[in-house]
Every structure is written in structure tokens, then in C-alpha cells.
Design a protein around this ligand. Structure first.
Ligand code: F6R
Length: 242
């Protein structure tokens, strides 16, 4: 794992957008996995504008959504599906057969997990994965205490995630469970970028990068990835010791 520091959020997002494009130029059928939330928002915007400006052909790439809130319909603003649609699929005209997302409203959530694992396997695994980090150290919905050797799974949400998660919705939401890729997917991905920006992420970035690798702080898993990058702006990097 390595750490890459950028002057600000814009420079960080620009770097990740360029890294995504470089991956797709080298391998047009690459499998890309992204999170939602505040951290990747500018990366999505820059990626979309660069793809348009440079007329990059995305007709062969495949997209995997990292996670979803259980019980939240995909049409609702705040669901991960809504974010992926509005930030990526609609602006770039990505067709339905080019992505696979969890359906958080499925009555067969175990089946959703099995299907996600099968789709990733059929596509030969994830080439480039971007993740964020929660205020409790979660990645996706891999909450503190998660088993590291999981594929897609369903997780009872931590209090912090339930509270912080309200910000994404227009009305108070009953959030109890998440459905998410597991850390086997993360460790098997060719390249993983954990992105974080802002002063409020300084402490969690420090723990992820320098703390013990332990499931009580899930993002510490990044230290085990040979091709893992923790990419941060100056504020999020401010707690790091070197
Ligand atoms: C969302 C996800 C979450 C977020 C994390 C950070 O799809 O996977 O793990 O990445 O909660 O969220 P932000 O970026 O909003 O601080």
C-alpha cells in the first residue's frame, strides 16, 4: 500500500479520474467499482467531462456498484443506485447491460449477494476499485467487527453509519442494514484507491494507514493490498506521521 497526497480535493479527484481513464485506455473492457457519498462526487464529474472531451469509448467497460442501503428503492435520491445513475450512467449514456448494482429492496438479499459475486467472477474480477472511508473506519458497509474474508454480504449498520447516512436523503430514513461487497473483493481487485478529503477525515485516515490491521477498524485492510493507494488531500493527510 502507498499513500498519495494532493494539495486539495480538486487535485485528488483529478488524479483519480485520470487513473480511471488510463485503466480504461489500457483495457477497454476493464471492470470498475465505485462507491457513492461525498468523497467520489468530483471524481465522477471530472471523469464524465474528460470522457466526453476526449471521446473515450466506454462501450466495453463494466461497472459494479460497491454497496446499497437495504430497503431503499433505487428511484429515491440518496440510494446508491440513484447516485450512480445521475452521476455516471445518465451523463455518459451507459447502457443497462454495462453495470450491475445491488437491489436493496430485493426480498432475496442472499440471492442478491450470490448474484453480485457471480457477476464479478464472470467478468474476471475487478480491475480498478475506488472506495471511501466512513467516520467509523468502514469501507462500503463493512462495519467495525466485519470478517475480513467475506464476498458480498449483508451487514447490520453501525450507529455512526445510520446517523451520518441521513445526510444523503431528503427526509429522515430508517436505515438498518447495508448490502456490500466484502473484503475478498477488495483484496482481489487489481488496484484499489481509498479516497478521503477534508479535516474531518484526518483521524480515520491516520488509523487506516498507520494503525493496527484489525477488523475493529475495517479500513486498515488497505495495508494488506499490494496495489492499494490511500489518496488524500492535505487536510485529510494532516494526521499522518510521515
Ligand atoms: C458509499 C460507501 C461508504 C462511503 C463512506 C464515506 O457507497 O461505500 O462507505 O464511502 O461512508 O462517505 P463520504 O464520502 O460521504 O464521506
Amino acid at each position: 500500500m502507498k499513500i498519495e497526497k494532493f494539495s486539495d480535493y480538486e487535485a485528488l479527484s483529478n488524479h483519480v479520474a485520470e487513473a480511471l481513464i488510463a485503466t480504461l485506455q489500457e483495457n477497454p473492457s476493464a471492470v470498475i467499482c465505485m462507491p457513492t457519498g461525498n468523497s467520489p462526487r468530483r471524481t465522477f464529474e471530472l471523469f464524465v467531462s474528460k470522457v466526453k472531451e476526449r471521446s473515450i469509448d466506454l462501450s466495453n467497460f463494466f461497472f459494479i456498484g460497491l454497496d446499497e442501503w437495504v430497503g431503499v428503492p433505487s428511484e429515491l435520491r440518496g440510494s446508491c443506485a440513484y447516485e450512480f445513475r445521475s452521476l455516471l450512467f445518465e451523463p455518459l449514456g451507459i447502457e443497462d447491460h454495462q453495470f450491475h448494482l445491488f437491489d436493496g429492496t430485493s426480498l432475496d438479499l442472499e440471492g442478491e449477494c450470490e448474484m453480485m459475486d457471480a457477476v464479478i467472477q464472470e467478468h474476471g474480477g475487478i480491475d480498478f476499485m475506488v472506495v471511501g472511508i466512513g467516520m467509523n473506519g468502514h469501507i462500503g458497509f463493512n462495519e467495525p467487527g466485519v470478517e475480513f474474508d467475506r464476498y458480498a454480504h449483508i451487514v447490520p449498520l453501525d450507529e455512526t453509519t445510520i446517523t451520518v447516512g441521513q445526510q444523503y436523503f431528503d427526509q429522515p430514513m430508517k436505515l438498518e442494514y447495508g448490502i456490500t461487497l466484502g473484503f475478498n473483493h477488495l483484496l482481489n481487485a487489481q488496484t484499489v484507491y481509498l479516497i478521503a478529503n477534508g479535516q474531518k477525515k484526518a483521524e480515520v485516515v491516520k488509523r487506516a494507514a498507520e494503525g493496527p490491521v484489525d477488523s475493529s477498524f475495517p479500513a486498515s485492510i488497505m495495508q494488506r493490498h499490494m496495489n492499494g493507494v490511500i489518496a488524500v488531500d492535505a487536510e485529510a493527510a494532516s494526521g499522518l506521521s510521515n
